[in-house]
Every structure is written in structure tokens, then in C-alpha cells.
Design a protein around this ligand. Structure first.
Ligand code: ATP
Ligand code: MG
Length: 373
């Protein structure tokens, strides 16, 4: 990782998007707290973009159900959702300029998904590698129907909110491509209803795990969480994997692919210190212990303002919950509007409207046969 430190030291409120700004939509499944990998891979990008776009963040519990749907997992949705929103706000998303919504609280998304599913084929979806990976990851021997439809459900969120941009990680990019195809196909077939969303790829490499595995991930147990206290960060860094070929501080080490340096590159706000440490490491003139101590200090410098802000937000009881409730209501309004436009463009309202007219004419009493749905 060669990008400069990601840390936004200044968490002061910044100006929001201009009125009528295009929309952004992205989100996460509510499966747990956010970690440094989420920060590097998506949150940093969101924080930067949300000053320029009207921003919708989906808490994708329906997506979660495609692989995790036990009663126990479902019972955790509320807590996980609240923690994730808290993490996002603490990291720098401004609550004034962020619409957080609970996907299952917007039933229109399910209807949108169903209508959109006619515009994509099964082989097209089967070719998406991330779905196969999710299937294996979830310990499934066969593809659940809902998991195959994962990108279509995602298209429903994106298109339902008429999002113009969708910032996602590399693994999710093919799903946004599906949403673009569906939007174009719909517009061609039925008339221009949808904004065709643009993908904003995260241009950062995947953050490795503390165990040296390619990816920091909750389920691998190799993550440093944004909400970890300083002592916990220190302990995780002490246990962190480094260059396995290096047997002592006097032995020249490899910096490339070494997670300790990947984290230094991504989060240490002192590039001169990082450059000096790398030089000494390559020359066999520094011990792992010092490199790690400096990393702990850097990570805690990065996390301290986030922790502070998190504590303040958490002390405001009901704040996060209120944001999710108002965001869900707001999104529902948008999705209803899109759905009505869609049904009208498709001509899907014509048959029932015709039946109603005929029924009214026959009964002669409009009250009795008025739409009760
Ligand atoms: P799980 O172990 O349950 O899969 P996770 O920790 O891998 O959880 P996800 O919910 O799969 O987290 O990640 C959501 C998104 O966050 C990913 O699509 C990706 O964009 C980003 N992300 C997660 N982990 C990393 C990472 N280590 N490096 C970069 N981006 C990441
Ligand atoms: Mg994952």
C-alpha cells in the first residue's frame, strides 16, 4: 500500500452537498462492527464523497438473509446495525448529510427487485465469481435462490433511490455492472425511468489481516475494529504476523506483502517515520518490536478521535436509532415514487385500473369498489 495515510484528522463538520446534488448509494450487511479493512476499502471513500452527493447508506439485512438467516443471526441485526452506523458517524460521516436506512423496512425494495429480475438471465448471474465465493464462504453446497439474486436486490436499492454513483469494493463491482445493465435494459424497453448508476471503484488494495491472510475480515478473526480500545489494538499488533523468514532483528527483512508495513502505509500519518523504518527493516537494523510499537502508536493516533467521537455519539441515547427510523421513512418515500414510475412505464397499472373502472360502472357505487390496497 503506497497511498498516504488515510486518516482524516479533522472531524469537524464540512459543508454538505449542494441542493439537487446527484445521489450516492452504498451500504453493508449488518453482520458486525466495522474494522480497519472497511475503513480503507470503503469508509474513507464514502466520507470523501458524501460531501458532494446526497448520500444513502443501506443497512442490507435482506442481503444478509441470502447467506445468514438463522433466528440467532436475525436477532443480531438491530445491534449490528446500530454499531455500524455509530462506527460510520464516528469515522466522519455527517449525520446531517447521510440517509441510513434498514432495507427490510422498505418493502418496496422487494417489489422493485422482483420486477427487475425479469431483465436479467440466470447464466448472467451464475457467471459472477463473488456469488460463488459467498456460497462457499457461507458453507452452502448449492446456490440459494436468493443468493443468485443478490445483485438484482442490490440493483433494487441503487435504482430505487435513483443513485448516480455507487462506491464499492472490487468484489462488489460486478454487481453494480448488473445494475447498470438492468437500468439500461429497462429504459430501452419501457422508457427512461432510471438513472444509470456509475461505479466508483475503491482505488486502494485490500487490507490484509493481522494474521497475514490476504484480507482483514470479521469471520477470519483477524480484524482490528474501529471501536477497539487502545490496549486491545496494542495486543493485536503485538501478535501480528510479519516476515516469517526473518529470525531476528539483525536479519534483513521484506517490507512488501508484510502486513505491519501495509498498515503503516495506510494509517501512519508520519511518512518520514515509515520510510525510515522500512529502510532499517530491509537492512536488518530494527526489531519487529519497535516497528510494531510505532504501528500501535500510529493506529491509536488514527483511532483516538474516532473513539472520542463514538463515545459522544453513543452517549446521545436514541440518536442512531432516530437516524435509522427517519432514513428508512425517507427512503421508503423515494422507493415508492420510483416504483410508481416503473409500474406506469411498464403499463403494469393499466389492467387493474381497467378492472376498477368496469367494476365501478357496473356497481354504480364508487365507494364500494374503491381501491382498498
Ligand atoms: P465477513 O467476514 O462477514 O465477510 P468482512 O469483515 O469481510 O465480513 P464485509 O461485510 O464482507 O466484511 O465487507 C464489506 C465491504 O467492506 C467489502 O465489500 C469491501 O468493500 C470492504 N472491505 C471489507 N474488508 C476489507 C479489507 N480487508 N480491505 C479492503 N476493503 C474491505
Ligand atoms: Mg466479507
Amino acid at each position: 500500500m503506497t497511498a498516504p495515510a488515510l486518516a482524516p484528522r479533522d472531524l469537524a463538520p464540512a459543508p454538505g452537498p449542494l441542493p439537487g446534488a446527484p445521489r450516492m448509494l452504498t451500504g453493508d450487511r449488518p453482520t458486525g462492527r466495522l474494522h480497519l479493512g472497511h475503513y480503507a476499502g470503503s469508509l474513507a471513500n464514502r466520507i470523501r464523497l458524501h460531501h458532494h452527493y446526497e448520500s444513502f447508506f443501506v443497512i442490507a439485512d435482506l442481503h444478509m438473509l441470502t447467506t445468514k438467516n438463522s433466528r440467532e443471526e436475525i436477532a443480531e441485526i438491530g445491534r449490528n446495525a446500530a454499531e455500524m452506523v455509530l462506527d460510520s458517524l464516528a469515522a466522519g460521516l455527517d449525520p446531517e448529510h447521510s440517509v441510513f436506512y434498514l432495507q427490510s423496512g422498505v418493502p418496496e425494495i422487494a417489489e422493485l427487485s422482483l420486477l427487475l429480475s425479469s431483465l436479467v438471465t440466470v447464466p448472467r448471474l451464475q457467471r459472477i465469481p463473488s456469488l460463488k465465493e459467498m456460497e462457499q464462504h457461507a458453507g452452502q453446497r448449492e446456490m440459494p435462490f436468493a443468493l443468485l439474486g443478490y445483485p438484482v436486490l442490490q440493483a433494487a436499492d441503487i435504482l430505487g433511490a435513483q443513485a448516480a454513483v455507487v462506491p464499492v469494493g472490487k468484489d462488489n463491482a460486478p454487481h453494480v455492472e448488473v445494475a447498470r445493465e438492468i437500468a439500461r435494459r429497462f429504459n430501452r424497453r419501457y422508457g427512461e425511468v432510471f438513472t444509470v448508476p456509475a461505479l466508483v471503484p475503491a482505488d486502494v488494495p485490500v487490507l490484509p489481516g493481522t494474521d497475514g491472510k490476504a484480507k482483514m475480515s470479521k469471520s477470519l478473526g483477524n480484524a482490528i475494529y474501529l471501536s477497539d480500545p487502545p490496549g486491545e489494538v496494542a495486543a493485536k499488533v503485538r501478535r501480528m504476523y510479519t516476515d516469517p523468514a526473518r529470525t531476528g532483528p539483525g536479519v534483513p527483512g521484506t517490507v512488501e506483502g508484510n502486513p505491519v508495513f501495509a498498515y503503516h502505509d495506510a494509517f501512519n500519518d508520519r511518512p518520514a517515520e515509515v520510510a525510515e523504518l522500512k529502510e532499517r527493516y530491509r537492512a536488518g537494523k530494527v526489531g519487529d518490536a519497535e516497528v510494531k510499537e510505532r504501528l500501535t502508536a500510529a493506529l491509536n493516533r488514527f483511532l483516538d478521535p474516532i473513539r472520542e467521537r463514538r463515545a459522544t455519539l453513543a452517549a446521545d441515547h436514541g440518536l442512531v436509532e432516530e437516524l435509522i427510523v427517519t432514513g428508512t421513512t425517507r427512503t421508503r418515500r423515494e422507493a415508492r415514487r420510483t416504483l410508481a414510475d416503473m409500474r406506469a412505464a411498464m403499463g403494469l397499472t393499466a389492467a387493474l385500473a381497467g378492472f376498477r373502472r368496469a367494476a365501478r360502472a357496473r356497481a354504480g357505487t364508487p365507494e364500494d369498489v374503491r381501491d382498498r390496497g
